[in-house]
Structure formats: structure tokens, C-alpha cells
Write a protein that binds this ligand. Structure first.
Ligand SMILES: Nc1ncnc2c1ncn2[C@@H]1O[C@H](COP(=O)(O)OP(=O)(O)OP(=O)(O)O)[C@@H](O)[C@H]1O
Length: 257
């Protein structure tokens, strides 16, 4: 999964220092320090509107920080060029996507383009793409138009594209929104398997219980970082109550905010 890239040594895949950003005058992400090492599985939680998606976009270099810095695989995030090394599964279906009358297998094959010699996709590239579809369990959807997928199937398509591209880091923004409970369990099992195979995962997720169960580390955000560390310690800490500004109920089988 680590691909053929070796240039960045063993440094962190993500490194943010004092990262601050606001759409208008007041910041929605403030003084955030975050470091993600290779092999980690980091879950970002926080109340609605707490800056989680914005933070991901800053880390990916899609917004320019007002102050502080964000580095992706050792490069300033804004200038990072080797996009195939980082798979991003965004929350919403983009307008571009809606206009794309292409199939699942074509989307996944696009992950191979940076690897294809002289811009030519080979039989080996196609096999990589098929393998990625098999890994995420949607081989049967290969010829389906991406505009005709459920939310969960779409997420898997973009994960497959990242795998086909040999991404080292997978960034997901609320991948289980609108996905039924059974499929959510299957989805987290899939992520567990990918992490076991060496992929690094950074995930924004509203289901705190799922993050505590699956991630190796939890970051709790409400504009600023309220907690960064071990999931079990997080479940027992008062950071959750402070960040959500409410008493969070801990019930068997989950955490209710
Ligand atoms: N493009 C934008 N222009 C102006 N304000 C924005 C924009 N995107 C987000 N915001 C505001 O920034 C704040 C943080 O939003 P963000 O989407 O990062 O939060 P979030 O934690 O991901 O929320 P949710 O859990 O509801 O998806 C919110 O107050 C939101 O209304």
C-alpha cells in the first residue's frame, strides 16, 4: 500500500501547527496542532459546525490558513502536488460528480493515471483497479454509473480509487451519513482491514461510539482541540461534555449527545 514513493522518509503524514482559519472575521478553526503518523487511525469528533470539515480541508490544502501551517506528507499542504498519495472522500456529492456520466470502474481507474507510464493505462493498471474494487466489495457495481449509487456505494468507490492509486493516507469526511446501521458496521470493518494492511486513516465521524471502538486515537474539536489521545481515556474524560457544552449520556452500546 505504501507504493513506490520513498522521498519523505518516516516523517508524519499530516502536521498542523497553530492552524487558524475563518470564513469571515472569527475563526472556525483556531490554534490547532495535529500530527498524524504513518499507520495511525485518527477519528475527529465534535458537535455540528465545530470546524471538522474545515479542518480536513485545511489539512488537505483546500483552504489557505489565516495563520499557522499545514503540511501533508512533508510538503506545505497548499503546494502538495502528488494528490494520488492522499485519498479524500468528501462529504457531499460535488456538482462535477453529478455531471460525470462515467462508471465506477472508470472512476477507480482514474486512481491509476499518475502511475500509468506515458499516460497509457495498461492491463496491470486495470488489474490494480479491479483488485481495489474487490477489496472494498463493490466489484458487482463496476459498470454502474457513479450518479446511480447509494451514499455508501459512492464512499466505497472513492476508497477504491484511493487504493488503486496506492494512497498512503485516506481522509474521510462523515462517510457514514445516510448509511443504514448494518452497512455502517460493514464500513467500519472495511476501514479496520485497510488500517491492518498499513493504510493511515483520518476520519471525521459523528458517531462517537464508532470512533471510540475503531480508531486508535480520538481528536475532539470545537474550533479548538479539546482532546487528543487514547479513545478509552476520551470516553472517560470530561472533554466530551466540555466540547459539546452539554452532559453527554454514556449508554450501553453508545454515547448520546
Ligand atoms: N463555505 C463556507 N462559508 C462560510 N461559512 C462556512 C463555510 N463552510 C462552513 N462554514 C461555517 O464554518 C463553521 C464550521 O463548519 P464545518 O463544516 O467545518 O463544521 P463541521 O464540524 O464539519 O460541521 P458538521 O458536523 O455539521 O458537518 C460553521 O459555523 C459553518 O457554518
Amino acid at each position: 500500500m505504501s507504493g513506490s514513493h520513498t522521498g519523505d522518509g518516516d516523517g508524519p503524514l499530516v502536521e498542523a501547527r497553530d492552524l487558524t482559519f475563518g470564513y469571515a472575521a472569527s475563526p472556525v478553526v483556531e490554534d490547532v496542532d495535529l500530527r498524524v503518523e504513518r499507520g495511525e487511525y485518527v477519528g475527529i469528533v465534535g458537535p455540528n459546525g465545530s470546524g471538522k470539515s474545515t479542518l480536513l480541508r485545511l489539512l488537505l490544502g483546500l483552504h489557505e490558513a489565516d495563520s499557522g501551517s499545514a503540511e501533508l506528507l512533508g510538503h506545505p499542504a497548499r503546494a502538495f502536488a502528488e494528490r494520488e498519495r492522499v485519498g479524500y472522500v468528501a462529504q457531499d456529492v460535488t456538482e462535477d460528480e453529478k455531471r460525470m456520466p462515467i462508471t465506477v470502474s472508470e472512476v477507480v481507474l482514474m486512481g491509476r493515471f499518475p502511475h500509468a507510464g506515458f499516460g497509457r493505462v495498461t492491463a496491470a493498471d486495470r488489474e490494480h483497479a479491479r483488485e481495489a474494487l474487490r477489496t472494498v466489495g463493490i466489484e458487482h457495481l463496476a459498470d454502474r454509473k457513479i450518479t446511480a449509487l447509494s451514499g455508501g456505494q459512492r464512499q466505497r468507490t472513492y476508497i477504491a480509487r484511493a487504493l488503486a492509486g496506492e494512497a498512503e493516507l485516506l481522509v474521510l469526511d462523515e462517510p457514514t451519513v445516510g448509511v443504514d446501521a448494518e452497512s455502517v458496521d460493514a464500513f467500519f470493518d472495511l476501514l479496520d482491514g485497510l488500517v491492518a494492511d498499513g493504510l493511515t486513516v483520518l476520519l471525521v465521524e459523528h458517531d462517537i461510539g464508532a470512533v471510540i471502538e475503531h480508531a486508535s486515537r480520538v481528536v475532539c474539536l470545537n474550533r479548538e482541540v479539546y482532546f487528543d489521545g487514547d479513545p478509552t481515556a476520551f470516553a472517560e474524560s470530561d472533554a466530551l461534555d466540555r466540547a459539546y457544552g452539554t452532559n453527554v449520556r454514556r449508554e450501553e452500546g453508545g454515547i448520546v449527545t
